[in-house]
Ligand binder design. Structure first.
Ligand code: RIB
Length: 316
């Protein structure tokens, strides 16, 4: 059974500049090279889920410029249904300027056409939401659209995953319609007004759970994830130590992997573990979408892990 996933979100052209270090204020430095990749948190998550074996539909908007068709075509190559991605006339496609150093990335997104994805588009494509198992959302389209989409998904009794990136404060009437919220550390601080970092993870996640979110999964980079449901103990799952090439899209691969696994009916903790593996593999290649692994690659990674475990057993 192939899970059906609808991703409602952004498509961007990523201009990725490789650099030894990031420039300081007022400083000019020379970058090593620039590459163009199809990206956007929505599109990346759609690709991640589709490569693993989900039937994915995307709702979103591109511009009527040179990048618009390219962004749709690259999704089509990954077998994603883009019939609900509109071309917004007179708009430029979303652009992301990404600076990648050895260990981290910094991203500036200019949303362009992504902000033309409105409540009307959700109404127009309600059938896609109704026909899916999981609805996957991020914050690179208007907040109003995200809130409306979550309410429609709930009306149809669908599982709603919200990846609250880029970080912004979220209204209670959106949170009450979210089943699974997947912030990173920075996003968690902002969502819970904890800029001074004086509350611990457990309490921060509880603040969100009290607003009606069913599970909070906080990704903490290579260290792994912390997760929790209401009045349950916080639990942790470790990440994997892999040779990192580019962390762009690591969060997206996690969300796509999580949606795929839950859509397949995998148990919650196992689904997080699976998503962790997908994220680990995604950072081993350059670019967000190019790095998304197939299911076979995840299985191969699994078999390597087992071999490692076996060696440990022998030593004992
Ligand atoms: O999460 C990575 C993505 O963030 C990039 O592909 C870029 O487009 C921005 O949306």
């Amino acid at each position: 059974m192939r899970p059906k996933i609808t991703v409602i979100g952004s498509l961007n052209m990523d201009l990725v500049v490789k650099t030894i270090k990031f420039p300081d204020d007022g400083e000019t430095i020379l970058g090593e090279n620039v590459e163009y990749f199809s990206g956007g948190k929505g599109a990346n998550q759609a690709v991640a889920a589709s490569r693993l074996g989900a039937d994915v539909s995307m709702i979103g908007a591109v511009g009527d410029d040179v990048y618009g068709n390219k962004l749709k075509e690259s999704l089509n190559k990954d077998k994603i249904d883009t019939s609900s991605v509109k071309s917004a006339s007179g708009e430029t496609s979303g652009l992301a300027f990404i600076f990648v150093s050895k260990t981290e990335n910094r991203i500036v997104v200019v949303p362009g056409a992504n902000f033309n994805c409105t409540k009307d588009d959700i109404d127009l494509h309600q059938d896609k939401i109704r026909d899916s198992d999981i609805v996957l959302l991020q914050m690179e389209i208007p907040l109003e659209t995200v809130s409306y989409a979550a309410s429609i998904a709930k009306k149809f009794n669908k599982t709603v995953i919200l990846n609250p990136a880029p970080a912004q404060k979220l209204p209670d009437d959106l949170l009450k319609n979210v089943d699974i919220l997947t912030p990173n550390e920075t996003e968690l601080q902002l969502l819970t007004n904890n800029e001074s970092k004086n509350i611990d993870f457990n309490d921060q996640m509880d603040l969100l759970l009290r607003k009606g979110v069913k599970y909070v999964i906080t990704t903490v980079g290579a260290k792994g994830v912390l997760y929790k449901s209401y009045q349950q103990e916080m639990r942790a799952l470790p990440g994997f130590d892999v040779p990192v090439v580019d962390t762009t899209g690591a969060g997206d691969s996690f969300n796509g992997g999580l949606a795929y696994a839950l859509g397949k009916g995998v148990e919650f903790t196992e689904a997080i573990l699976f998503a962790n593996k997908v994220a680990a593999l995604s950072v081993c290649k350059a670019g967000g979408q190019p790095g998304m692994p197939t299911l076979d690659e995840v299985k191969e990674f699994d078999s390597k892990l087992e071999k490692l475990l076996n060696k440990e057993d022998i030593k004992l």
